[in-house]
Design a protein around this ligand. Sequence first.
Ligand SMILES: Cc1cc2nc3c(=O)[nH]c(=O)nc-3n(C[C@H](O)[C@H](O)[C@H](O)COP(=O)(O)O)c2cc1C
Length: 142
Amino acid sequence: MHVVVTFESRTGNTATAASHVAKRLERAGVDVSLFPVDEPDYGALAQADAVIVGTWCGGLFFFGQHPGGAGKIAGELPDLWDKATFAFVTYAHNPGKAADKLGEVLEAMGSVNLGVGTIHRNKIDEEAAAFVDTVLSEFASA
Ligand SMILES: Cc1cc2nc3c(=O)[nH]c(=O)nc-3n(C[C@H](O)[C@H](O)[C@H](O)COP(=O)(O)O)c2cc1C
């Protein structure tokens, strides 16, 4: 199985989370390509069985939460026709529905979004692990 992990990050938390997600998948035997959304590996995207997209939560901390990098993700990545995707956001206090909204952005790009996750910026290791578990269990049940 080949999975792309791609991310948009301003201050590094989502980049770190994406790297943790990639390492955990590799440990589970998955072939992984990792890159920021503005340096897309088109070959890897074309080959991927699934694409995981991460970004940061923007908003007013307790309302108006949204996927902060959504415009860049939609602008930089190619269409994801019929690709299976998973979405995650990193956040500081309360992600609201930002991860669900990122899933909707990916579906608007043509994907079938299979799951979303949130990763607190101070608990990246454990919450990235939990997110990877949900991704792997989705594949196991497919
Ligand atoms: C303009 C701005 C708005 C933010 N709004 C929220 C928010 O509404 N809720 C939240 O939990 N975190 C919020 N955050 C925190 C970021 O989502 C968090 O620090 C994230 O991990 C940053 O990811 P990055 O380092 O990859 O850029 C906000 C950060 C910025 C810069």
